[in-house]
Design a protein around this ligand. Structure first.
Ligand SMILES: Nc1ncnc2c1ncn2[C@@H]1O[C@H](COP(=O)(O)OP(=O)(O)OP(=O)(O)O)[C@@H](O)[C@H]1O
Length: 233
């Protein structure tokens, strides 16, 4: 993982679908440490991650570094796995920084880092939801991204598996990989993230240090959102 630029600058980004603007953003999104992208359902969180990764393009506007330079790995809700062993699902990965194939020892250490070594030869399609998520994280990590983009990484996981995934996220950040994740769990956002990006109706209304955001939200939308979700003040 090379030197990460500290932020992505988005300028007048516009994404529309079915003649409706679903993203309209000018903002600086941090790429170091752990950043949580939060906001109500449909506010554009997943669309933003897909845009940063280059899975979708903006209709207007620009962002820098672009997806090619950013070198990100994206883990969506239901990352597809191939009908083969856990090992095979990792062996197909290429290192995005050098485009080289992954070695057996890379696979072993990625599996160990997510606690899946014992399932190396099991069929990936037989994994539980939590194991699938950990495999997806191992696969993303093997790409040696500068930034890892995670869409609701702990949705539908039990508390103990949630904790395991949160530990993996913290370790990724400690190893120098930027993490940008979406979440509806504000308790998790408070304990895990360094920064918050708050979206509402496709717009970025706040980018702030996490503690500041929860203590002193600036926009009425953020105040209402926190109040609704946390029953705050
Ligand atoms: N391919 C598409 N075609 C039409 N509308 C889309 C498409 N993708 C997203 N949208 C719309 O764009 C808006 C933002 O969607 P997005 O999935 O980014 O929101 P989100 O904040 O991640 O939502 P949630 O919290 O419910 O996961 C929604 O209104 C959604 O219906």
């Amino acid at each position: 993982m090379g030197n990460i630029q500290p932020m992505i600058t988005l300028h007048d980004i516009s994404v529309s679908r079915d003649e409706r603007q679903i993203l309209s953003i000018t903002a600086h999104i941090p790429t170091t440490g752990i950043t949580a992208v939060i906001g109500p359902n449909g506010s554009g969180k997943t669309t933003l991650l897909k845009l940063l990764h280059g899975l979708i393009e903006a209709d207007e506007g620009s962002y820098s570094p672009g997806s090619q330079q950013l070198g990100s790995a994206l883990v969506l809700h239901h990352t597809p796995l191939i009908k083969a062993s856990v090992r095979c699902n990792l062996a197909m990965v290429r290192d995005s920084s050098s485009n080289t194939k992954i070695t057996e020892s890379d696979i072993d250490s990625a599996l160990a880092s997510v606690g899946l070594s014992h399932l190396k030869n099991q069929s990936a399609l037989k994994l539980s939801a939590g194991e699938r998520q950990r495999l997806s994280l191992a696969r993303a990590k093997l790409q040696r991204p500068q930034v890892i983009l995670l869409d609701e990484p702990t949705a539908n996981l039990d508390p103990s598996t949630t904790e395991q995934v949160e530990t993996i996220i913290k370790n990724l950040a400690l190893e120098g990989c930027g993490v940008i994740f979406t979440s509806h769990h504000l308790g998790q956002v408070q304990s895990l993230s360094d920064q918050v990006v708050f979206l509402a109706d496709g717009q970025c209304l706040e980018v702030s240090n996490t503690e500041n955001f929860f203590k002193h939200p600036q926009s009425d939308q953020a105040k209402k959102f926190i109040h609704r979700e946390l029953g705050w003040k």
